[in-house]
Design a protein around this ligand. Sequence first.
Ligand SMILES: Cc1cc2nc3c(=O)[nH]c(=O)nc-3n(C[C@H](O)[C@H](O)[C@H](O)COP(=O)(O)O)c2cc1C
Length: 109
Amino acid sequence: MQLTRLVYASHHGGTSEEALRDIFDRSCSNNEKDGITGLLIAGEEDFLQLLEGGRTEVAECMMRIMKDDRHQRIRILLAGETGSRLFSEWSMRCMTTAQIRRKSRIATG
Ligand SMILES: Cc1cc2nc3c(=O)[nH]c(=O)nc-3n(C[C@H](O)[C@H](O)[C@H](O)COP(=O)(O)O)c2cc1C
């Protein structure tokens, strides 16, 4: 398998918990089936996502994501071969920037 990593940013302009839950549920079940792992960060207005897996599987997943009207202005920031996965244990970990801020406050005291 040709291991591929892809990172993109997109704009949603304000999303709902329901939309995030749906994206998360679909991502987890599809990605587990397709051997894709990664991370999705939802900010107040933008998404940042990292996908890693087989080249064909990542490309097909990205084609579906690009057709999704829950976000726009998709910019591919990085796409290429990689030797190993950064997030091998997560079929898709989803976090909001608010959760990251809360966690980093706890970590730094
Ligand atoms: C920001 C964002 C990230 C997404 N990430 C994934 C993903 O990692 N894997 C996935 O299968 N679908 C992802 N989706 C959902 C796809 O766009 C699409 O709705 C889904 O793959 C369709 O799956 P289904 O045919 O099983 O319903 C994402 C959608 C958005 C808006």
